[in-house]
Design a protein around this ligand. Structure first.
Ligand SMILES: NC(=O)c1ccc[n+]([C@@H]2O[C@H](COP(=O)([O-])OP(=O)(O)OC[C@H]3O[C@@H](n4cnc5c(N)ncnc54)[C@H](OP(=O)(O)O)[C@@H]3O)[C@@H](O)[C@H]2O)c1
Length: 275
């Protein structure tokens, strides 16, 4: 897949952050991008901006946790665009919560979006890709899907599950000419960390951050190459390597430094946050 020109690329979670940057990057490469998320107004505005800049974009309002809606919308895309070449499963949410206080409904929600939503989208595009005898599925995980961190256990578990699903799917899909890539960014500067589920007791996660555009560039490159897995940035690679080298030492560092270095007070009053 040397050029993206003429390709139809569906990006979930395209209303902001990494998904928006990825859709814009694919559009600059000449692809027709289908922007999927729940916030229809934002999708319409982003699609209009892409078209204004000379690209091709279609907004698609859908909740990835609604399996029948996902199937219906992906069928519409396949019919109206004639094909689906790339699916970027990017929609995702976090959950900042120590295990002892974890709310069962919040825990389920993380898996509904990050894991089941990704499976529904994948199942919905597979028939079209199999008919075409080719396609690319790109799953956005995290370094937290390679090495767990404290206080975000449910999020880490959902990304580890994504990794296993992707590794299994890769072997099944290969016979149809479909590649499966997993993208693992470290912390990225997006609204992800400002959502209510990622704030607790007036605190949010803080760490060196990449821009969404840097991750989008890595996603487009991995899609072109059909890469198996990409850990984004030197910092991300070092973190994963450190875990491989000495998981106990990294545990020790994380335990001691996490609350001091990785958490930051938010501007909002703690009363607005989850308990
Ligand atoms: N930010 C980081 O530090 C970081 C690091 C590593 C990996 N990641 C991963 O990167 C991906 C994107 O994160 P981001 O930082 O760009 O987050 P973000 O700015 O919060 O964007 C999340 C996107 O997911 C969409 N979304 C959430 N629930 C959805 C649902 N039920 N159905 C459809 N769309 C839904 C949101 O759109 P609507 O609300 O409009 O539906 C939004 O477009 C996630 O999978 C995340 O786990 C993020």
């Amino acid at each position: 897949m040397a050029s993206m020109s003429g390709n139809v690329v569906v990006v979930t979670g395209a209303s902001t952050g990494i998904g928006q940057a990825t859709a814009e990057a694919f559009a600059r490469e000449g692809a027709t991008v289908v922007l999927a998320a729940r916030s229809e107004g934002r999708l319409v505005r982003i699609a209009a901006d892409i078209e204004q800049a000379g690209g091709r974009a279609v907004p698609m309002a859908v909740d990835v946790t609604d399996r029948s809606a996902v199937f219906e919308k992906m069928k519409e895309v396949a019919e109206s665009q004639g094909r689906i070449d790339v699916l970027v499963n990017n929609a995702g949410i976090g959950l900042l919560s120590p295990v002892e206080n974890m709310d069962p409904e919040e825990l389920k929600r993380v898996f509904e979006v990050n894991f089941f939503g990704l499976i529904w989208c994948t199942q919905a595009v597979l028939p079209c890709m199999i008919r075409q005898k080719g396609g690319r599925i790109v799953n956005v995980s995290s370094v937290a899907g390679k090495r767990a961190l404290p206080h975000i256990s449910a999020y880490c578990a959902s990304k580890f599950a994504l990794q296993a699903f992707s590794d299994s799917l890769r072997m099944e899909a290969a016979e149809h000419g479909i590649t499966v890539s997993v993208i693992c960014p470290p912390r990225v500067d997006t609204t992800f960390h400002d959502t209510p589920l990622m704030r607790q007791k007036g605190q949010r996660m803080n760490a060196p951050s990449l821009s969404a555009d840097t991750v989008a560039t890595a996603i487009v490159r991995a899609t072109r190459k059909g890469s198996r897995e990409v850990v984004v940035s030197f910092y991300g690679k070092f973190f994963v390597f450190f875990h491989w080298l000495s998981p106990r030492l990294l545990d020790w560092i994380m335990k001691r430094l996490w609350t001091r270095l990785a958490m930051k007070k938010t501007d909002r009053p703690a009363s607005e946050d989850r308990p």
